[in-house]
Design a protein around this ligand. Sequence first.
Ligand code: HEM
Length: 558
Amino acid sequence: MSFRIIELFNTVDYLIIIFLTLFLYLFRFYYNYFTRPNPLPGPLPLPFELESRYFDGNFKNLAADLYQKYGYICEIRLGGYRRIFLSKPDYFENLLSTSKNLALFAKHEYSPDTQGGFGRGMFLNNNYESWKINKYFLLQSISTPGFNEEAIKHTNELFEELDGYWNLLKKSCNDDWFEIDFLSWISRFMTDNISIIATGERGCSMASYYNTFNSDKSNLESSLRDDSKLYNSDKFTRALMTYMRGAILIHVIHPFLRRYVPYFKNKVNVILESRDYILKTLNNMIEERKLDFKNNPQKLKSKHDLLTILITTNNDAKSKMSESLTDEEIRTLLCDNFMAGSDTSSNTLCYVIYYICHNPHVKQKMIDETDSVFPNGNNSSETLRITSDHLVKLKYCESIIKETFRMTPVQPVSKRMASAECKVAGYTWPAKTIFQLNYASIHMNEIYWTNPNVFDPDRFYLQDDLSKLNDDLNNFDNENKTSIHDKDKYSLVIFGGGMRICPGRKLAMINILSFMVLMFKRIIWLFNKVLYLNSKILSRVLLTILLSSLLFMFIVTL
Ligand code: HEM
């Protein structure tokens, strides 16, 4: 029967059918474009996702170009979605305000079935009810004084370890040129830091990295890297990185390709193996900790890592018959912390060190401040221990970090997706519109910042009422931040805003500030070679940006 139908058509008929289909597709595509609600300036979209030719691989540059060419509000079609780029703080009101606006709650276009278990925590969670419970538990856990004190203690200890490796490497160098790949070290430092903060288990990323250079191996690696152990932190964090950087591929590659085309299938398999390893490790860890809790609840009282606090708080909630977390949610919350906390903090630290080294007057002022806070800490051989009391006094250092975030935000452009009709920038938008919030261009706009191209921490430091403004270190729960200056409250966006503001911002500030001070107080010898180090840092940071941009471009062109 089917053969007979095919025989009814000749080649010309087939060509006509193809042509008609193409014509209908193009007609529909451009009809939708020209009749779209709220038409805005922007490049003409191309069918078959060809519009990605407008994208040169760098999202920050794309946002800046669109702003330069089309103004504060414009649109572009990318990755199959209409994206509205907003480059004016006023336009962020409904997107970043703390008032509950569920139509603008979603951050991602992934559907729940493609998220796997990772959509259950906070980061990838588009379900408000489950996200709310997760957020409540995470904040309960990470805002306890014990948790923060422990985070500072771990930074001190890990810095001690790092300092030890660097000293050993320095000693093993014959000439006095000692080369450090700062970004690699710092990424491992932050990985070990998040590892112990999140799970209470010691990591060995720094130790295994050190062992790649030196025949005089660190014993720590072999003791912690043992595969028979419950937790092999190095393997775990490598699996996390593979999953994290590859997960987006799973969402954008068509199911047919990833199931049947070997190239895609192999790539996806590696990502899925990493995912399974992460899930297995965390499941074991949760089981073990729950058992500890059952057998010896007193023992857990002295532990302040995220996993232990989540389990104890969750058990309290269960006993009071109030809302509690499932194991899957606990697991995803831990993953969120690994994923959201390590790269962001290590990249920021690289920028911080870069700007300090390029601005000698800033460096001097910072040294003066740290000298006044640690009057006896000038001797590099002396062990300097940072406490929370020190951190709140380091106002100039904190201003350096904020100025770094202004000039080089870790998240230069963020995203919200409308799940229902909503109002943004004075227009009414249909569901599925994506809004891209262009923070980076605002941070460098002369209307909001005097001499925006000058690295000047004083613009934060000299504010009389600084302690009340954008003070992530002190006012952790103050989500209703007022303006950092009188121009506009959204002219500086570091940690996002509104309901989905970064819950780890205080932890991030603690880690970055502590590391920065320890580094400049204790490793003075390193900065004798500052110019050399600077060029290394910059090239690695630029490489990181380039690689992530290429990944994004690849995804968009698929
Ligand atoms: C320099 C360090 C960091 C920066 C710059 C940063 C920045 C951000 C930004 C911009 C967002 C998105 C907010 C939005 O969409 O409005 C975010 C979300 C998030 N961050 Fe951070 N972050 C940092 C460190 C951390 C750390 C250390 C943690 C771990 C506790 C963390 C956990 C999270 C989580 C769980 C979310 C998702 C929140 C949600 O979707 O509701 N971040 N972060």
